[in-house]
Design a protein around this ligand. Structure first.
Ligand code: SF4
Length: 404
């Protein structure tokens, strides 16, 4: 049994809310009035951290004896908080869970902006951040503008420069593709710029236009259009070839890394290792226990006031979730493993569930092999082919087991 835990901390504030964003976020304009923020903002920041600490104390007993393997400050824009605020959370986490032997990966998401740039040294020395995930998205100003992003390309370059100067040796860049008027040439130029910084890791996301967002509304009104599946797949092929040739392994569908720099925290989700998520809208992956033999996947309310009110009255914010059933655990084990380049080990699966994947999904596996979406090793090991990776969501749907 995995007796380690990854802690995810959600900070739901951003300079402004991008029109395609579907995360639990709210605008926090007053945060950057001066490098320290207004008095009002500091109270909001301190109160939010106090609530996070309440939640951490209430939830830690659900991960008994677990040791901290990774800490991830995500959002939102967690770098809008001061280094000392994030350090309070880290210290409490290390008090409640002792750390694993060796370094704990501590990631901070940052967006390119002057205020955050000036804090980078503090995040390193005071908070102990050892990995930055920079929300570059694109180096093309026309695309950044169309996406409603607050920053421009010049700021991304300045932030990456400042990150290297501050001594960060593990940088991840977020890049978006198949977005609005982006052309293959524009995307190639984005890859050129990104690779010129020699990042250790790249996360690449196709723009998804979600219902209920301003972009969703604009799409309904015919003002913007999604990329066609074929055109998006072409950009994906272009990117995978380019990144592979530059020494990056696509170790998960949307993640590429130089060897040894695969994200420790992100891996936990695909490996179904315990993750405690705290903060507005955060999701957790609770470990197996006597009462929950296949674990639980609780998620917090997306409304900050509801989340905060529950914690202040001593309640755990989001535990309404039912424990996983055997069928859900089996499906999850298959589709999450298939996202990774290691794929699904039939032997591991059998050790966990007492049967091989073929015992549950034999005919689906045969169909997928025949259509060349899956490959199967001699020991029954399954992984996606390139065509399978292109249609990964659809392939995943073939591994959903009906409840008995
Ligand atoms: S910066 Fe990121 S988290 Fe914040 S609103 Fe934009 S897309 Fe959402």
């Amino acid at each position: 049994m995995d007796e380690t835990v990854g802690l995810y901390v959600h900070i739901p504030f951003c300079e402004r809310v991008c029109p395609y964003c579907d995360f639990a976020v709210e605008a926090a304009r007053e945060s950057t009035a001066d490098g320290q923020g207004s008095a009002e903002w500091r109270i909001k920041e301190d109160e939010y951290v106090d609530d996070l600490l309440r939640e951490l104390a209430l939830r830690a007993p659900d991960f008994p004896g677990h040791r901290l393997a990774s800490l991830y400050f995500g959002g939102g824009t967690p770098s809008l908080f001061r280094p000392e605020s994030l350090a309070r959370i880290k210290q409490e986490a290390l008090r409640l869970f002792s750390s694993v032997d060796g370094p704990v990966e501590i990631t901070l998401e940052v967006n390119p902006s002057t205020v955050e740039r000036e804090r980078l040294a503090g995040f390193k020395s005071e908070t102990g951040i050892n990995r930055l995930s920079v929300g570059v998205q694109s180096f093309d100003d026309s695309l950044l503008k169309a996406l409603g992003r607050a920053h421009r390309s010049e700021e991304s370059h300045a932030t990456l420069e400042a990150a290297r100067s501050a001594g960060f040796e593990n940088l991840s860049l977020d890049l978006i593709f198949a977005a609005l008027h982006q052309t293959p040439a524009m995307f190639e130029a984005d890859l050129d710029h990104a690779l010129s910084w020699k990042p250790e890791h790249l996360s690449t996301y196709e723009l998804v236009i979600e219902e209920g967002t301003p972009f969703g509304l604009a799409a309904e009104q015919g003002k913007i259009r999604s990329y066609s599946q074929d055109a998006a797949a072409d950009l994906l092929d272009q990117m995978v070839l380019r990144l592979e040739a530059s020494g990056y392994r696509r170790y998960e569908l949307t993640n590429h890394a130089r060897r040894g720099f695969e994200a420790v925290h992100n891996r936990r989700y695909w490996e179904r290792s315990p993750v405690l998520g705290i903060g507005v809208g955060a999701h957790s992956s609770d470990p197996r226990s006597l009462h929950h033999p296949y674990g639980r996947r609780p998620s917090n309310p997306r409304d900050r006031m509801t989340w905060s009110r529950r914690l202040r009255s001593g309640e755990v914010a989001g535990l309404e979730t039912e424990p996983l059933t055997l069928e859900q655990a089996i499906s999850e084990a298959c589709f999450l493993s298939l996202r990774t380049d290691e794929g699904l080990s039939s032997m591991e699966f059998e050790k966990e569930f007492g049967h091989s994947p073929r015992d549950f999904f034999g005919s689906a596996i045969d169909r997928l092999l025949e259509d060349a979406f899956l490959r199967e090793g001699r020991d029954g090991h399954l992984s996606l082919t390139e065509s399978g990776r292109r249609l990964a969501d659809w392939v995943a749907s073939e591994f959903i087991l009906d409840e008995v």
